[in-house]
Design a protein around this ligand. Structure first.
Ligand code: KG4
Ligand code: ZN
Length: 388
């Protein structure tokens, strides 16, 4: 029963966890840096690296202690190689390398996005659900990504085919930017989630996102000739338009003075409660927030289900920080059920960044002895493709 110690430090959470055989989460420690970044309204990369440096040793020690394990008793280490903030990734990688070298244990490098997908697999196995029908379509929806993958398994090895992604802002980024714009603080997703049920989601109409141009950034696309042979569509997303539409609404409805008052009122509170937020949000703002969330959810669900149909998906995974969103979960559950498509989410603590997902994604690589050389480095823009 191999125990893998996972380490995750790609953004603003320092995390460590122990997972047994890719199927049992034995410990899971997440140290969030939100209070550090909150005054700046977003993640400050230099501060993130510094906080990771401070937290990594105690976080790993706690993960081992909670699991009843020691440095010597674990079988392997796993660490996030990318994508993420280069300086933050380097803290986790340097520490994991040093531990692996000193302990003479294998080290496994994991793609963060693969981790999010394996968060779902880990928890389903933990519940005893080992049956999985392929093809699996996975929507990874977080602060940095809105990506659709077809996931397949050949033997122990997992492969991933990207069939769509955001052309501009990620969905979580749109939640964060809109919350910041409305003076609701950082991170935006959880606040908007909680406030939305207090507003009228039909009050403000947002036009659907228009994607007019072919994606020039995607170098992995097949050549034109191959393109004609492969008529399966790419399903892309775009969320910078809706953010601009919220900004327009703020300007045309003269919301700026009330936003400034809200920002100042909330700045005095370290961890505002729902009542604190409601006390500083008028009806117009609550309606705007609810309408924004509804538009985001409708777009994510509609495009993902269109992809599921086009690629004949047998199972749907929805994972990443935004998968914690209540309305997103409810809408996916309702609409996927109507199409007879089983949909799986991680529990809320495993939707956002954590290290259990990294240890779980490392397990198939452990079985394949797919170990990282000690000279590997952080890959800030790491792409998720086939088996490593
Ligand atoms: O997966 P994650 O922890 O980190 C990245 O890999 O980016 O995702 C963080 C993102 C943030 O943008 C945050 O606002 C969003 O997930 N988020 C949510 C919710 N909880 C976190 N968005 C909508 N509703 C939520 N309940
Ligand atoms: Zn993430």
């Amino acid at each position: 029963m191999p125990h893998i110690l996972g380490i995750e430090s790609s953004c603003d959470e320092t995390a460590a966890a122990v997972v047994r055989s890719g199927a049992q989460m034995v410990s899971n420690v997440v140290f969030s840096q939100i209070p550090t970044h909150q005054p700046y309204g977003g993640v400050v990369p230099e501060l993130a690296s510094r906080e990771h440096l401070r937290a990594i040793v105690p976080v790993v020690r706690k993960a081992l202690a909670d699991a009843g394990q020691t440095y010597q008793s674990i079988d392997a280490l796993a660490v996030t190689q990318g994508p993420g903030l280069a300086g933050s990734l380097l803290v986790g990688i340097s520490y994991a390398k040093a531990l692996a070298f000193a302990l003479d244990k294998p080290l496994i490098a994991v793609n963060h996005l693969e981790g999010h997908i394996h968060a779902v697999l880990l928890e389903e196995r933990q519940k005893g659900n080992h049956e999985l029908n392929f093809p699996v379509l996975a929507l990874v929806v977080s602060g940095g990504h809105t990506h659709l993958y077809l996931a397949a398994q050949e033997g122990e090895a997992w492969t991933y085919e990207n069939i769509g992604h955001t052309r501009d802002d990620a969905a979580g980024e749109a939640f964060d930017k809109v919350a910041k714009l409305l003076g609701l603080g950082y991170p935006g997703g959880p606040v908007i989630d909680r406030l939305s049920s207090h507003g009228d989601a039909k009050a403000v109409k947002f036009p659907p996102a228009q994607i007019k141009h072919r994606d020039r950034r995607d170098h992995s696309k097949p050549s034109r000739k191959q393109d004609r042979m492969d008529d399966r569509p790419r399903i892309d997303f775009s969320y910078s338009g809706i953010k601009t539409a919220v900004l327009r609404y703020v300007e045309t409805h003269n919301l700026q003075p009330s936003i400034e008052a809200r920002r100042q009122a909330l700045a005095t509170s370290v961890k505002p409660t729902l009542e604190d937020y409601l006390a500083v949000c008028d009806r117009e703002t609550l309606n705007l927030v609810a309408s924004f969330q509804r538009a985001m959810v409708e777009d994510l669900v509609e495009k993902t289900l269109a992809a599921a149909r086009a690629y004949d998906a047998a199972t749907l995974f929805v994972t990443g920080g935004v998968a914690a969103n209540n309305e997103l979960r409810k809408t996916f559950e309702k609409e996927a059920a109507q199409e007879g498509l089983p949909v799986f989410f991680p529990s809320r603590p495993l939707s956002t960044d954590n290290a259990a997902m990294i240890a779980a994604a490392a397990y198939p690589k452990f079985l394949l002895k797919d170990f990282a050389p000690l000279n590997f480095s952080a890959e800030a823009g790491m792409v998720l493709r086939g088996a490593r």
